[in-house]
Ligand binder design. Structure first.
Ligand code: PL3
Ligand code: FE2
Ligand code: FE2
Length: 231
């Protein structure tokens, strides 16, 4: 069940649209802000990639500024309290992993889960976005593929040593994604984005990444549906 392209034209100025946007926009701003700080923390754990990780962090800061402008353009005040709560569990899990120097879990949370979530959401958003936000989101999503690629390459190079930790971190964190998706389902729909399309794009992207890293099809199926049925 894909998204129909001939969808009804969206009125970006209605109260209903702007209300939903105040939460979705906040989520994206918060997500970009957390991504910025997560890459800076990863740089502390991976000093040999210090320069590259600082470059990725800087992109996230630029994304945050871009999405902040999207909200301003629609005269929307982002609901940052909502967004902070939205990310709190993933945030806590990243911080716990960071505290123990667990690079594998940090990369799984930020470079795989969060980036795949962002790539799916942004690709689904682009065709239904207002023209200003569309341009910005198109630029952002290109960068997100680079971020995903950073995690994929490192984990591929360390696959055998990381496998067990990845499975465990996936079990712990993927159910959070489905929970988060359920929390935005109603607002996303107002913006013209269907939950089924978000799930589908996420699964395709995440599954492809797990495959690149070294997991076989059976692992990928099991891992990428983790927590989905119960969600
Ligand atoms: C990492 O670079 C960015 C992290 C952002 C995560 C965003 C998740 C978004 C889920 C909500 C779906 C609506 C998207 C709308 C796009 C403006
Ligand atoms: Fe980003
Ligand atoms: Fe990113």
């Amino acid at each position: 069940m894909g998204q129909t392209l001939e969808a009804v034209a969206i009125d970006y100025q209605t109260e209903n649209y702007r209300d939903a946007y105040s939460r979705i926009n906040a989520i994206v701003i918060e997500g970009e802000a957390e991504a910025h700080s997560n890459y800076l923390q990863l740089a502390e754990l991976m000093p040999e990639f210090n320069e590259e990780l600082h470059r990725l962090a800087k992109m996230e800061d630029r994304h945050k500024k871009g999405f902040t402008a999207c909200g301003k353009n629609l005269n929307v005040t982002p609901d940052m309290d909502f967004a902070e709560k939205f990310f709190s569990e993933l945030h806590d899990n990243f911080q716990k992993a960071f505290a123990t120097g667990d690079i594998v879990t940090c990369l799984l949370i930020q470079s795989l889960i969060i980036e795949c979530f962002a790539i799916a959401a942004y690709n689904i958003y682009i065709p239904v976005a207002d023209p200003f936000a569309r341009k910005i989101t198109e630029g952002v999503v290109k960068d997100e593929y680079l971020h995903l690629n950073f995690g994929e390459e490192w984990l591929q190079d360390h696959f055998e040593d990381s496998k067990a930790t990845l499975e465990q971190a996936n079990r712990q964190n993927l159910p959070l994604v489905w929970k988060m998706l359920n929390q935005v389902e109603t607002d996303a729909k107002v913006l013209g984005m269907e939950k089924e399309a978000l799930v589908e794009d996420f699964m395709i992207q995440y599954g492809e990444s797990l495959g690149k890293i070294g997991f076989n099809t059976r692992d990928i199926m099991r891992m990428s549906a983790m927590g989905l049925v119960a969600a």
